[in-house]
Design a protein around this ligand. Sequence first.
Ligand SMILES: N[C@@H](CCC[C@H](N)C(=O)O)C(=O)O
Length: 281
Amino acid sequence: MRLRFTKMHGAGNDFVVLDATGAPLALSREQIRRLGDRRFGVGADQILVIERSTTPGVDFRYRIFNNTGDEVEQCGNGSRCFVRYVVDHGLTDKTTIRVETVNNLLELSLAADGRVRVDMNRPVFDLARVPFDASGLTPRLVNGFELWPLADAGVEVAVLSMGNPHAVMRVADVDAAPVAAVGPRVESHARFPRRVNAGFLQVLSRSEVKLRVYERDAGETLACGTGACAAVVAGIRLGWLDRRVEVHARGGDLLIEWPDDSASVLMTGPAVTVFEGEIEL
Ligand SMILES: N[C@@H](CCC[C@H](N)C(=O)O)C(=O)O
């Protein structure tokens, strides 16, 4: 099978984007892994498959696969690349686009400066929906928000979902943080039955942070959009941050806003096409 693809990135978090709007595309787990493989395939953190939606009022559906082949619920940087793709390929002339993922409905728009702004919906704190098993654990309350001690991983985490699961840890110096050692231990911690994305947050000021994320399946990526949203929301709830925060990831910057506790989280950032090509799968 010969497949056309577009390679894109959002702040260095990279994607293989596949267009299934004209004809259905059924890929095996092995084929998805090949696409994501940096030596034997194209190479990407995630593979995005764009389809037309059959839901009234919704323009597209997009499916997200980690480069291990697992389908996941949400991808912030990928959602911005999705918009760039459908606009650049003439699949829509709308400037505000509604797209459904496996468990969410997002509204996205192109900003005048070429960046993309995404309504990432409201964060979820219900532990059962993250999911996180807190049985027998006592949280440390900071401003009424819980920090959960994961004794066997040696860390304390804020737990929430942005459609996908996140555990956020505050560190003094993110460049010195033991992301490669602690990230996998948190990612696969038994209290997260679907595993988790592990964020390492350094607060620079009330409106500026540095962030590294060890992503579920993909390992440390150069940026994680949902991770940035989760880290800022946790930082606001814990009283460390204001409601509009510049997030510096290793691959670029994202602006995250959470206007109030009942509002959606807004993410603004870049979406870039790197190249297009064909691969024999
Ligand atoms: N890179 C993403 C998140 C991709 C999915 C994540 N690895 C998961 O398994 O939940 C982003 O920008 O949000």
